[in-house]
Design a protein around this ligand. Sequence first.
Ligand code: NAD
Ligand code: WQD
Length: 344
Amino acid sequence: MAKILVTGGTGYIGSHTVVELQKEGFEVVIVDNLSNSNIEVLNGIEKITGIRPAFENIDCVDYVSMDRMFEKYNNIEAIIHFAASKAVGESVEKPLLYYRNNLVSLINLLQLMPIHKVRNFVFSSSCTVYGQPDILPVTEDAPIKPALSPYGNTKQIGEEIIRDTIYANSSLNSIILRYFNPVGAHASAEIGELPNGVPNNLMPFVTQTAIGMRKQLQVFGDDYNTPDGSCIRDYIHVVDLAKAHVVAVKRLLAGKPKKNVEIFNLGTGRGLSVLEIIETFERVNGVKVPHKIVGRREGDIEKVWAEPAHANNELGWKASETLEETLRSAWAWEQNLANRAKAE
Ligand code: NAD
Ligand code: WQD
């Protein structure tokens, strides 16, 4: 079975994708510098799949080490490139860190691909490229809006770098996946999201508040132009998201793409408000999430959800996990983390 390089493979989305790849028989090589993940994630992957993936602690910014890695694991047939820094607020404070990490990593990989005869590339992009869309649900041909942060800009520029590179070298193929809001964890609760410090994202803040690590969740604004006044997003189970990567890799390997660069939204097509998320989380898990309404968060988008029809029809992939199951998995993971912390 084909050998797949997964950069950022010990991270949140990467680890779930490695599990799905291994379940489908792919041989996985992870490259991760552990800047935002833990080596123990490999144990979780092994527990779930029975296979410990090859792992290299390498910074993708380091061209020479990446070159050696491609030499060592020859015949890599596709790359899924997750490795990136992703904290929006931090990117405003440290823009060059973000431009260097996210863009140099990408450029290195694209440069090394023809040298090592790797032709297939899957890229983690984001619905952040749409900003506040004029039309909802948002389709892949919606205009790209000026980025609201250096992080968001690295995704926009990253997409352009891929397009230009492939235009100049038509033997390469890429699938760009624009994720909406990934949440939840593997059903085994062996792997999940490991936020560093105080979470910026909603779901880890919800679970950490429910377990008592945080006193109160702040709901950023209830005066938006939405039914209950709080912001709306498209929350997608991380396992559904992971499975889409397997489909994308298979499509590339089978030589099925209709264009050298294809773009797909990965979302459910369902928009949910912050208050709906809190209420459903409390109901399905039988636990309280103390929260209060505070002012709006700067730079927040009012509402965005995906039109997933292109991915549904072309990839034959569809998000299938229910919201209830998704929120239960997030809670089971938080409880597992707490139990592990107690045992230490
Ligand atoms: P994550 O931080 O959990 O995973 C990223 C992994 O990449 C981490 O394990 C980190 O250690 C590693 N990494 C970072 N820089 C590296 C480098 N230079 N060399 C080697 N490894 C490096 O993040 P995630 O949520 O799993 O996100 C994965 C990808 O998806 C990222 O590109 C992110 O921008 C994108 N994305 C995430 C979301 C989201 O909400 N989580 C939404 C849209 C897009
Ligand atoms: C979701 C909703 C908040 C925390 C960010 C990035 C985006 C993408 C995903 C990668 C919003 C509200 C949150 C809290 C709250 N990442 N909220 N209290 O803003 O959709 O997107 O992560 O590409 O680029 O910008 O996700 O989880 O931060 O927020 O009320 O403590 O929850 O206002 O409406 P967001 P999020």
